[in-house]
Design a protein around this ligand. Structure first.
Ligand SMILES: CC1=C(/C=C/C(C)=C/C=C/C(C)=C/C=O)C(C)(C)CCC1
Ligand SMILES: [Fe+2]
Length: 564
């Protein structure tokens, strides 16, 4: 077991952490694997690595980030082999990380913190060099998620940069600029994968050749033998693009939806103000202040037909809302159903300012709108002769409505499924298809998850797991090999504790009954993470059971499909 002692302040508020404590983890613990104290039994079939990402370091030297989403990326891995669990964590050695550490202060701007790399330059030269690029060079602090691209794994954020990582050692490899392969300034950290492992992602191209567009692009999982360039990213292809309603204020989005034949993109009234962004640096304000929710605007629902690569011509819209996470979507009897976690406003991002995440965070961080699971239904073939005001949804399975309006517009009214959940995951084999279960973190009026839950969209019932002082992370579903039922598998979630006496642990639940199968407690400072994936071991790794961990680390990647 580890000998690193826990530090009270960090333990009581696992978001936080002052630099010395985090460095303590960084220098003494990171890179070494630590075995767990295990209770219960891990199913023998469960072999592989849970890879997670999230903000880890919020202070550099004397400087401190303002927002939780600014924190320097900390990668975590839980390797489960032969009933044992190995943990490791490592800071992503991004250029941002290196520049900050070298300067011993924050020198790269993040979402909620504007930083000044060169304090010696006078304000005029700074303004000049800055205004010469309307779109600034963004951070490569890839703290949000992990993406699998071919056989490679990348840490991702929402800027034009991703960082290749070694999923076994957590070492940081190449810095990749999406702009070399596709004209996007921003891209989501929530790509979709088809059955072959091809990546479908979306990004925003700002004022390129006088246009601002949302670009859907595909990165192939494999490259044909005869191609010279073996890197799948070099074969990135633009799938389709949608012109932004506004050149200077494109919508912000954190994810998008897919079905077997369609892509769903919500152009929501939570927008980036490009003019504000281009002057943010000289005005000394952060990127977050260049985003605004326009409650008087609509949310436009774009449906793209994957077969024609063209948007469906009907104009669908709904009330103003803010969506970060799409849950799932599918087609049913000529309609497209999509489920999202929606808010009435953008207050969520406001709450993650570290000033609110202090000792009094329970009082300070009250959401003004609770995240709700909403189901939308969109008719795929709109009858031109349908009466104005008529409901075009005739499905028995939902009360969601789509009301025909004049000018061939269709107003979509969702069905409210569940209140108080975030960080949704599904059995990924059902992505884009009919499905029944949502696994998520339960959140009420505070952004802090207190329980994890399984919500059944068919019976509208739920099962929950929670324990005092426990803050669970996003629950990830891993199917039992050869599973028949959608919920035949397990749930993995890294739990941090607000009680200094209680160690953080990897929780393993039976996904059917939502009961605990095992937990592996570890004596390290663990941080609440954001997103990640599971890389199952394949047959070729099982022969290495007796091998040392270092040997396992060096073992070649075995074409395992991640549970994403
Ligand atoms: C740096 C930077 C950005 C970063 C956004 C981030 C880091 C968002 C994180 C969101 C999360 C974690 C949501 C969870 O639901 C923007 C605004 C895209 C554009 C400007 C530069
Ligand atoms: Fe997310």
């Amino acid at each position: 077991m580890s000998t690193v002692s826990r530090v009270g302040t960090v333990a009581s508020i696992p978001f936080h952490g002052c630099v010395s404590e985090i460095f303590l983890v960084g220098t003494r613990k990171l890179g070494n694997k630590t075995s767990f104290l295990l209770t219960g039994r891990i199913p023998t079939w469960l072999q592989g690595t849970l890879l997670r990402n999230g903000p880890g370091m919020h202070t550099v030297g004397e400087t401190r980030y303002n927002h939780w989403f600014d924190g320097l990326a900390l990668l975590h891995s839980f390797t489960i082999r032969d009933g044992e669990v190995y943990y490791r964590s490592k800071y992503l050695r991004s250029d941002t990380y290196k520049d900050n550490i070298e300067a011993n202060r924050i020198v790269v701007s993040e979402f909620g913190t504007m930083a000044y790399p060169d304090p010696c330059k006078n304000i005029f030269s700074k303004a000049f060099s800055y205004l010469s690029h309307t779109i600034p060079d963004f951070t490569d602090n890839c703290l949000i998620n992990i993406m699998k691209c071919g056989e490679d794994f990348y840490a991702t954020t929402e800027t034009n940069y991703i960082r290749k990582i070694n999923p076994h050692t957590l070492e940081t490899l190449e810095k990749v600029d999406y702009r070399k392969f596709v004209a996007v300034n921003l891209a989501t950290a929530h790509p979709h994968y088809d059955e072959a492992g091809n990546v479908l992602n979306m990004g925003t191209s700002i004022m390129d050749k006088g246009k601002t567009k949302y670009v859907i692009f595909k990165i192939p999982a494999t490259v044909p033998e005869d191609k010279k360039e073996k890197n799948p990213l070099k074969h990135t292809e633009v799938f389709c693009s949608i012109t932004s309603r506004s050149l200077l204020s494109p919508s912000y989005y954190h994810s998008f939806g897919v079905t077997e034949n369609y892509v769903i993109f919500l152009e929501q009234p939570f927008k980036l103000d490009i003019l504000k962004m281009s002057t943010a640096y000289i005005r000394g304000v952060n990127w977050a202040s260049c985003m605004a929710f326009h409650k008087e605007d609509k949310t436009y629902i774009h449906i793209i037909d994957q077969r024609t690569r063209k948007p469906v011509p009907t104009k669908f819209y709904t009330d103003p809302m803010v969506v970060f996470h799409h849950v799932n979507a599918y087609e049913e009897d000529g309609c497209l159903l999509f489920d999202v976690i929606a808010y009435e406003d953008s207050s969520l991002y406001q709450l993650f300012y570290l000033a609110n995440l202090n000792q009094d965070f329970e009082e300070n961080s009250r959401l003004t709108s609770i995240p709700t699971l909403r189901r939308f239904a969109v008719p795929l073939n709109v009858d031109k002769n349908a009466e104005v005001g008529s409901n075009l949804i005739k499905l028995a399975s939902t009360t969601a409505r789509a009301l025909k309006e004049k000018d061939d517009q269709v107003y979509c009214q969702p069905e409210l499924l569940y209140e108080g959940l975030e960080l949704p995951r599904i059995n990924y084999a059902h992505n884009g298809k009919r499905y029944r279960y949502v696994f998520a973190a339960e959140v009420q009026w505070s952004p802090i998850p207190t329980k994890i839950l399984k919500y059944d969209v068919l019976t509208k019932s739920s099962l929950k797991w929670g324990q005092e002082h426990c803050w669970p992370a996003e629950p990830l579903f891993v199917p039992t090999p050869g599973a028949k039922d959608e919920d035949d598998g397990i749930i993995l979630s890294a739990i941090v504790s607000t009680d200094p006496q209680k160690l953080p642990f990897l929780l393993i639940l039976d996904a059917k009954s939502f009961t605990e199968l095992a937990r592996a407690s570890i004596d390290v400072e663990m941080h609440l993470d954001l997103h990640g994936l599971f890389i199952p071991d394949t047959d070729c790794n099982t022969g290495k059971q007796a091998a040392s961990q270092e040997e396992r680390d060096r073992a070649p990647d075995c074409h395992a499909a991640p549970q994403i």
